[in-house]
Design a binder for this molecule. Structure first.
Ligand code: HEC
Ligand code: HEC
Length: 490
């Protein structure tokens, strides 16, 4: 703490008069080294939580003295990220930006947008809120959102009916989710490429059942000339890229989601988005300031990077069975029911993973940034199996899209994904993320199950056919899928 406070006061001395966004690197800009989500003993956690609280209070004082101060100290130069600031500092800075209320002086909103709008105007967005944590909070930092936090995407800017209603998902384990999807993609594409080579060299048709990580993505038929018929694919796009983010499974990379979220929810445009995206997404103004609000470089590349790292470094949810012995029995039965009812066909309990290095590729000449999910991310982290040494991500998802029936379908297709298709949402941590389903319509786990249709109809009906108390074990089991305990101050 002492070091942090000292650094703050020194920075105030040199930063206050300029009031500029792009703070020069300064000797004073030191960060207290803490992570907001470290486990450890309850006493250690408690002391850490109090220290963070004290730090945040000081930061608020500094912001009162010099508005925008907290934003500027969390605006490193990109080249400092690989040298001066390590992963812990990325996490801290990203976390501060994630919880910060963005202001007009920082670039919030746009001249072409209303002051606030619940219903987004096309790809331009709202803005609908001041900070990421306004929607991602339930069940802990970077958590899920309530039904009142639903976002209304790609509408006409005025009516709910025009928009796609989505409930904020929890972001825990996000780095693992991206990594495992990347490995699946690499395998699928390799299988296809090998089959194409084989078909060509033999001059024969090849029928390839595409499977990786125990998940079946349907059939590819490759003609002797190497051309590929994709009609038999299931739950994945013809590019064979597993896109794990968004309810529809349309985003591959966390940085794209973070950048998009900052733009549509807050009108905070990253330098990169401003320079590279079309007017429909960023506004009609000049490339330096497409939203015309007079603020350039609203979110720097480095700020986008640390926010992405903060999300990627979130802890992994845990399975905590009940303590009471009767409940433990129900829990075990529920685990079996989960398999027997066919839930595990889509909610695949775990997906194997090999490479645990999370890499954020540098853009426009910036260096790559990377860290090891196994040793650096917030705790709890995954651990290899003690006997086999193998590692698996307990996601409870196949990262595949499924048709879920009329009742769950949205009013239209979105990003070329059919209206009734959704990617299987992971069930890890599910006990901490209510309400459920893409639009948050289900208040309880049981409601969510009973609303399944389409490909999940048989599974849902088998559950519905069970009476009470037979349904209880499954509910008890799902309730064990939670997030590691820790103390945090708001
Ligand atoms: C108004 C509420 C709201 C705010 C504010 C918000 N989000 Fe989200 N977030 C959502 C919703 C809703 C989704 C799901 C979007 C979809 O499925 O298309 C989402 C999805 C995400 C995802 C993908 C998670 C996954 O597993 O699919 C990430 C990452 C994310 N948000 C990060 C952020 C960041 C970073 C910010 C701040 C810059 C932010 N969000 C602000 C509502 C919000
Ligand atoms: C055919 C694949 C499939 C099967 C089988 C299936 N689900 Fe799902 N499940 C999904 C999809 C896709 C969604 C998201 C639907 C939506 O949001 O509209 C979902 C959503 C859920 C949710 C809500 C998740 C959240 O974050 O809001 C829960 C809980 C759930 N399923 C549990 C189960 C259980 C328990 C079973 C077995 C009785 C089961 N599912 C069977 C695909 C499946």
């Amino acid at each position: 703490m002492r070091r942090g406070l000292l650094a703050l006061s020194m920075l105030a001395a040199c930063g206050a008069e300029e009031g500029e966004q792009a703070a020069e690197p300064s000797e004073a800009r030191e960060f207290p080294i803490f992570v907001t989500e470290r486990r450890g003993s309850a006493v250690e956690q408690g002391l850490e939580a109090l220290a963070q609280d004290a730090w945040r209070r000081e930061l608020r004082f500094m912001d009162a003295l010099d508005p925008g101060y907290a934003f500027r100290v969390n605006r490193p130069r990109y080249d400092e990220l690989g040298t001066r600031f390590g992963p812990q500092a990325w996490f801290t800075m990203g976390g501060q930006l994630f919880t910060m209320a963005f202001t007009e002086a920082m670039g919030f909103g746009g001249d072409d947008l209303p002051a606030m709008s619940r219903f987004h105007f096309g790809e331009r967005g709202g803005p609908d809120s001041r900070r990421c944590s306004a929607c991602h909070w339930r069940g802990g930092p970077a958590g899920a959102g309530d039904a009142a936090d639903n976002a209304f995407f790609r509408g006409d800017g005025r009516t709910e009916a025009s928009a796609l209603v989505r409930n904020p998902p929890a972001l825990f384990g996000a780095g693992w989710k991206q990594r495992v999807a990347q490995e699946m993609t690499a395998n699928l594409q390799q299988l296809r490429d090998d089959a194409v080579d084989f078909a060509r060299s033999r001059g024969e048709e090849v029928r390839l059942q595409l499977q990786t990580h125990g998940v079946d993505f349907g059939l590819l038929v490759i003609a002797p000339d190497g051309s590929v018929d994709e009609a038999g694919l299931e739950g994945i796009d013809p590019d064979l890229v597993v896109k794990p983010f968004g309810w529809k499974g349309t985003f591959t990379d966390l940085r794209d989601v973070v950048e998009d979220a900052a733009n549509v929810h807050h009108g905070m445009q990253s330098t990169w988005l401003a320079a590279n995206e079309d007017a429909a997404r960023v506004g009609e103004g000049p490339p330096e300031d497409p939203d015309g609000d007079g603020v350039e470089d609203e979110l720097s590349d480095a700020q986008v990077a640390v926010m992405t790292m903060f999300v990627a470094m979130q802890d992994v949810p845990v399975d905590v069975p009940p303590l009471e012995s009767d409940l433990v029995l129900l829990y075990s039965r529920g685990r079996n029911d989960f398999e027997a009812l066919g839930c595990a066909q889509c909610h695949t309990p775990s997906l194997p993973i090999e490479d645990t290095e999370y890499t954020l590729p540098g853009r426009e000449g910036d260096p790559d940034l990377s860290f090891d999910l196994l040793t650096v991310a917030a705790e709890p982290r995954l651990e290899p199996d003690t006997l086999t040494g193998e590692l698996a991500v307990p996601l409870y998802s196949d990262l595949k899209r499924h048709a879920m029936g009329e009742a769950l379908a949205e009013s239209r297709d979105d990003a070329d994904v059919l209206a009734d298709q959704f990617i299987t949402p992971p069930l890890w941590g599910i006990a901490r993320t209510r309400p459920y389903l893409h639009d948050g319509r289900a208040p309880t786990l049981e409601d969510a199950i009973l609303l399944h249709g389409g490909e999940a109809q048989a599974s849902r009906d088998a559950f519905a056919a069970m009476g009470e108390p037979e349904r209880a074990p499954l509910r008890v089991f799902l309730t064990s899928l939670t997030r590691g305990e820790r103390l945090t101050t708001p």
